[in-house]
Ligand binder design. Structure first.
Ligand code: 5MM
Length: 336
C-alpha cells in the first residue's frame, strides 16, 4: 500500500467524509452577506473554527479542505487551524487552484488556472500541515457544451496538477464538476459527465498518476436544476453508479461527491441510496460544502457567539452524512 493510498483511506474510511470549507474570499463573502454577517477575516475564522472544533469532527470528518487564508490562521490559543483539525484526527487539505477563468478559444466556458508556481506553493502548504489538495474543473451543460476543448483542457490541467501534488507527497482531490444549471435531463447529464470523466482518466494515466493515491470528487447524475424531468433518488443512484463503473478505473480508492446545489436532505438521501446500491469496491462518501454548512451558517448568523448551538446543528448534519456514507440513513433520523 503506497503512502498516498494510506492518506486517501484515512480520509475516507469508516463512513468519514470531507468538509469542503475552501470557499475563496469572494464566495465566502457572498455566503456571509446572504445571512447578513459582514465578511471580515475574523468572522470567516470564527465560523470556520466553530465547525472545526465540533464533536462530530472526530467520527465524521476525515479531512477538511481549507482556503489559503484559513490554513495560515490561528485560534486565540495560538493553535494553528491545521493543528485544530489534526486534534480530532482529521487531515488538513488545501484548495490550490486559483479559480476558473474564461477559456480562450471558447469564451462561454471556463478553464481552471493555478499551475504556475504550484510546486513552490505546495511545499509551503505541506510545511503548514496539508496532506491533501483540491483542484476543481467546471463544466456547463447546454446543447454545445461542454465542448471538446473544455473537456480536454480541464482534464489536462487536472492531470498536471495531480502529478505535481503527488510529487510533493500529497493526495490530489480531482474535482471535475459538471454543473446542475440548466433544464437538461439526467440522461444528458450522464452522457456529458461520462465524456468528462473518460477524458480525465485518459489524461491522469498519461501523466503517470498513482490512481490509488487520488480521491475523485464528481457530481452525482441529476436532471438540471430547471428541468421538469426530475428523477427519483433511486434513479440518481442507479445512473451515478452506472457512470462511475463505466469511467473510473478500479485502482481509485474512493469517490467523495460534491453537493453541487442540492439541498442538505437531497444530498444526504442520494448518497445513502448510492451506498445502499453500491456494487463496486469504491468507497462512496461526501465532500460537501453547502450541504454540510448551510443550516449551521444560518443558525450562527442569528447569534455568532452561540458556538454550542451552531455546533449542534453541524454535528447533526455531519452525523447524517456519515450514516449516508454507510447506507444507514433514513429520513426519520432527521427529526431525532
Ligand atoms: C466550498 O466551495 C468550493 C468553491 O469555492 P470557490 O468557488 O470560492 O473557489 C467548491 O469547490 C466546493 O469545494 C465544491 O464545489 C463542493 O461544494 P458543494 O457546495 O458543491 O458541496
Amino acid at each position: 500500500m503506497s503512502e498516498l493510498n494510506k492518506i486517501a483511506l484515512k480520509i475516507l474510511s469508516n463512513g468519514k467524509g470531507i468538509l469542503a470549507a475552501d470557499e475563496s474570499t469572494g464566495t465566502m463573502t457572498k455566503r456571509l452577506e446572504s445571512v447578513n454577517v459582514p465578511s471580515s477575516p475574523e468572522n470567516r475564522l470564527l465560523f470556520r473554527k466553530t465547525l472545526f472544533s465540533s464533536e462530530s469532527m472526530k467520527n465524521c470528518i476525515g479531512g477538511v479542505i481549507l482556503y489559503d487564508e484559513t490554513i495560515k490562521q490561528t485560534t486565540n490559543s495560538k493553535q494553528t487551524i491545521p493543528e485544530l483539525i489534526s486534534f480530532s484526527d482529521g487531515l488538513p487539505g488545501i484548495k490550490v487552484d486559483t479559480g476558473a477563468k474564461v477559456l480562450a478559444g471558447s469564451p462561454e466556458e471556463k478553464i481552471t488556472e493555478g499551475l504556475d508556481g504550484l510546486r513552490e506553493r505546495l511545499k509551503e502548504y505541506y510545511k503548514l500541515g496539508a496532506r491533501f489538495t483540491k483542484w476543481r474543473g467546471v463544466y456547463n451543460i447546454s446543447n454545445d457544451y461542454p465542448s471538446k476543448l473544455s473537456i480536454y483542457a480541464n482534464a489536462h490541467a487536472l492531470a498536471r496538477y495531480s502529478a505535481i501534488v503527488q510529487e510533493c507527497k500529497m493526495v490530489p482531490i480531482v474535482e471535475p464538476e459538471v454543473l446542475m444549471d440548466g433544464n437538461h435531463s439526467a440522461e444528458v447529464c450522464l452522457n456529458k459527465t461520462s465524456a468528462v470523466l473518460e477524458k480525465c482518466f485518459e489524461e491522469l494515466i498519461l501523466h503517470n498518476i498513482d490512481l490509488s493515491g487520488i480521491i475523485l470528487k464528481p457530481n452525482m447524475i441529476l436532471a438540471g436544476a430547471n428541468s421538469d424531468k426530475k428523477i427519483s433518488g433511486e434513479e440518481v443512484a442507479k445512473l451515478t453508479l452506472k457512470c462511475l463503473k463505466q469511467n473510473v478505473p478500479s485502482d481509485v480508492p474512493g469517490i467523495a461527491f460534491l453537493s453541487g446545489g442540492q439541498t442538505e436532505i437531497e444530498a444526504t438521501e442520494n448518497l445513502n441510496l448510492i451506498n445502499k446500491n453500491n456494487d463496486t469496491n469504491f468507497i462512496m462518501t461526501y465532500s460537501y460544502g453547502r450541504a454540510l454548512q448551510k443550516s449551521a451558517l444560518k443558525f450562527w448568523s442569528k447569534d455568532t457567539k452561540d458556538i454550542k448551538g451552531t455546533q449542534t446543528i453541524f454535528n447533526h448534519r455531519a452525523n447524517m452524512c456519515t450514516l449516508a456514507a454507510q447506507g444507514k440513513w433514513s429520513i426519520d433520523l432527521e427529526s431525532k
